[in-house]
Design a protein around this ligand. Sequence first.
Ligand SMILES: *[C@@H]1O[C@H](CO)[C@@H](O)[C@H](O)[C@H]1NC(C)=O
Length: 362
Amino acid sequence: MGLQLPILLLLLCCVSGLPFYNGFYYSNRPNGRNLDNGYSEGIFNGVKLVVETPEETLFSHRGANVTLPCRYHYEPAPASPRPVRIKWWKLSENGVPEQDVLVAIGLRQRTFGDYRGRVRLRQDRAREVSLEIWDLRLEDYGRYRCEVIDGLEDESGLVELELRGVVFPYQHPQGRYKFNFHEAQQACEEQDAVVASFEQLFRAWEEGLDWCNAGWLQDASVQYPVTQARRPCGGLGLAPGVRSYGPRHRRLHRYDVFCFAVALRGQVYYLEHPEKLTLAEAREACWEDGAQIAKVGQLFAAWKFHGLDRCDAGWLADGSARYPVAHPRSNCGALEPGVRSFGFPDPHSRKHTAASHSRSFI
Ligand SMILES: *[C@@H]1O[C@H](CO)[C@@H](O)[C@H](O)[C@H]1NC(C)=O
């Protein structure tokens, strides 16, 4: 009986090590001699490298500085510090390929692509290898992997970064279902936004977005969010949810689009003007006021994040006229908060003033 105990313990130790194996191998081995200093075969017998990253998603906003936390340690702790190589990269998502962000060996750091000059390793504490990103861009949201490579051992952790934003459906001035995927991407960009991802649309649906026209998403699938099943919108038999037409042909198929806009650095305001203006006059009046006529994405962001509320419609850069309602009231459109649209009125008509976007206020 006495002999069985050590065997049992040995088995438990090995089995409990298994969940830490993440199935990921780094193929590009460091070959500098310095890196392998102190490395000897078998040093990892019974020593585990553990990488810790936060489980919850980080939220930030455009233009902000953010730190993606990552720390590592050994179990049990080694007698002296061991040299490691750190690699941060962004996972492939929504058709955007995987991107290298930063590689660090000792004090040397190398940054890549759009991240050059905008990221650094943050090492305030022992074995901290967090990634600091400055001046966040719209495209920076997604999942990042923090990888620690120690000789033959490597482990990694995931950090998910989301930008606070708002999803809005966008339709061509000439009506429903006019954009192929490429035109949809351009339409969102022109509204200071990007095509929304499925996760962003799903979150918007959870927050109550209900839209009966199908729109492109970042992965070139076409979907629409329904919070209340109804007849003209897929019928009563289908449960509420985000409904998908699946992937569509990027060039041949045409739909609306769901765009994603993030909180602004400027301010959106309604131009106080004694008369109503044509679209061209509105553009000019904004310019004379030291601002620019606002884009649709900017209006949605101002409504969502700054509670912009206005009961009369203003011209926007794309030629549409809209107004944002943060506090619904009976004499001001529908009963839900939202941005209402008058569509694309005759640009020569004088029915509206303008929504302006100024960059001078932060
Ligand atoms: C971000 O960090 C940079 C460099 O430290 C600093 O100059 C800038 O003001 C920071 N931006 C914000 C929004 O805090």
